[in-house]
Write a protein that binds this ligand. Sequence first.
Ligand code: ATP
Ligand code: MG
Length: 435
Amino acid sequence: MSRVERISGLRGMNDILPADEALWRRFDDAVAATMRAYGYQRIRTPILEPTRLFVRGIGEVTDIVEKEMYSFTDALNDEQLTLRPENTAGVVRSVLEHNLLYDGPKRLWYTGPMFRHERPQRGRYRQFHQVGAEALGFAGPDADAEVILICQRLFDDLGLAGISLEINSLGAADERRAHREALIAHLAADEGVLDEDARRRLHTNPLRILDSKNPALQSIIAAAPKLIDFLGEASRAHFESLQSLLRAQNVPFRINPRLVRGLDYYNLTVFEWVTPFGPERTPLTICGGGRYDPLIEMLGGKPAPACGFAVGVERVLELMRATEHAVDSSLCDVYVAHQGDAAAPVALQVAERLRDAGLDVILHCGGGSFKSQFKRADGSGAWFAVVIGEDEVARGAASVKWLRESASASGRQESVPLDDLADLIIDQLTADDEQ
Ligand code: ATP
Ligand code: MG
């Protein structure tokens, strides 16, 4: 007998199962509250965009555009499309398309899945999620400080331990040009050491070589001329001012002159939040951001400054799992158990009334003994079981059973008239809350 083939999901693309839902919700709620606290509005852009958007908006000589994009031709109209590898380009496209900057700067945030064809490993997936914020139209270091403070508040709120902030300045285009020449000279003097990627990038995008994770390159990278030494007056003032704002808010940071970020359109401030250990005991970045003043113009808009960040959600959840005590994963407040033909419609009616009163209710389906139903009730994490059998129907009452240790009297059982049921349960739940 032939068995039907079972189809597996794609490598590096994860199912997020109900068991993880409480953790995701805790994260999502903290994000929404934090963004609100800073006056950021949510924007939702499509997952598919024209390939050109990312080629122009991220840069041709980047890991993402060179080898990580899921791009394909739409067979129906021959369009080149790409699953978004990040959302800044999409947000800026949308802002320009809808002229959102017409009445001044905008504070925006987004969350959702991103797609990159990378080698899957812990903390690195092919479909992963990012939360990001973009402050569009603000030129000063106060906006840089604000987006960093958003991260700080979010990570504090989530109780993340052991993460640290690194900052750097990439200066302005002409400063990067002078540094670039010095950098090419330094790297070319020892060209034999470079790997294939680095040799290819030597004359196209040498700054990106500093971002290389190849251990063989680390000593030549360490000895390379530092961009920070090439900064002019204005860039230095911007960087100084950001630092003093952070100091004034007691945000600890470290200046990392090697920090360049993967994307091409950054200028001035760049920052990353890192955890001490990743999979190979290398630092793992949970959030990257900075200023990208050239981007809006590069995508066809009227020049306007911008800064923002993107948080890797899976990496943060990993940290939450490591640092956090159990999150409440109960499915409902009340589990309604019932037995007998007469009880079934009464139980359904009771469940609906309890939901009307604002309670979360699971109504038992599929029959079975009360004993087996109580097992389900325990498994649901409910505070109360409401039991309806033939006796109860005859009396117009239900038995309420206290299920959880912390419910004011675990194991207690009481007969309650159906009309009083919702009030009694809500009273008990609030009493427990106040204890
Ligand atoms: P990395 O150097 O780790 O490849 P990146 O510079 O490519 O990171 P960004 O484009 O700045 O990353 O994205 C911001 C954040 O999104 C990263 O700091 C990381 O937390 C997360 N991230 C990036 N790529 C992945 C991925 N493939 N899987 C899971 N999270 C990711
Ligand atoms: Mg990457």
